[in-house]
Design a protein around this ligand. Structure first.
Ligand SMILES: Cc1cc2nc3c(=O)[nH]c(=O)nc-3n(C[C@H](O)[C@H](O)[C@H](O)COP(=O)(O)O)c2cc1C
Length: 188
């Protein structure tokens, strides 16, 4: 697989095979993924691997998030929403959080987020080469207070993403992108 192919073919996929993803492999991929450009070399990231009981607790938080969003009173529908929300997290083969220390300088805070985004993309490409798909999530579950407590987020930190990893069970068709050539302005 060439880098060009990996970049073009990588997809965010949330349907996974029932196959374990080893923490050692994720750790190994992260050792490479961290080699990103990083202004002032702040290396603002840390990672939280969510496993076992903690993953079930995160799934319970997702259940609560889904129930709070639901707009039905039908008991059966609510049960389905509740069970689906729990399973959606509990069945993810490997799940971790990318966390940033919040720099006191606003510009560096933004640049730290940019560098961490590069790291996540690196990780996703490396994972794809290993036959793994990733899904970067920043929704309510990733950012709510209950999750912050579960993963031990401190006051001067933020979640950059909840990263789901697994061997994909399907290969979705990509949404076409606008050509870069149509977004180029030449100034001379
Ligand atoms: C910063 C960031 C946050 C994202 N958060 C979410 C999210 O909360 N939920 C979600 O379904 N997808 C999320 N995504 C994934 C995008 O939806 C996905 O990359 C996009 O649909 C394109 O699909 P592809 O990655 O397969 O090309 C996020 C992507 C990025 C870069």
């Amino acid at each position: 697989m060439t880098l060009k192919q990996t970049i073009r073919e990588r997809r965010s996929i949330s349907a996974y095979q029932d196959k374990e993803v080893s923490a050692a492999l994720v750790e190994e991929l992260l050792e490479t993924a961290i080699w990103v450009p990083n202004h002032k070399l702040t290396e603002p990231w840390r990672f939280v691997f969510v496993q076992g009981e903690a993953k079930r607790n995160l799934a319970e938080i997702n259940r609560e998030v889904a129930m709070a969003k639901s707009n039905t009173d039908n008991k059966e529908d609510l049960q389905v929403i509740s069970d689906n929300a729990f399973d959606k997290i509990n069945r993810v083969p490997f799940l971790f959080f990318v966390i940033n220390t919040l720099h006191t300088d606003a510009k560096l805070r933004e640049e730290d987020y940019a560098a961490s985004s590069c790291l996540i993309q690196n990780f996703s490409l490396l994972a794809w080469e290993e036959g793994l798909s990733t899904f970067w999530k920043t929704g309510k579950l990733a950012t709510c207070a209950e999750t912050a407590e579960l993963i031990g987020l401190t006051e001067n930190e933020r979640v950059v993403g909840q990263i789901q990893v697994g061997y994909p069970a399907k290969s979705p068709t990509p949404t076409p992108r606008f050509a870069a050539k149509d977004r180029i302005t030449v100034v001379e």
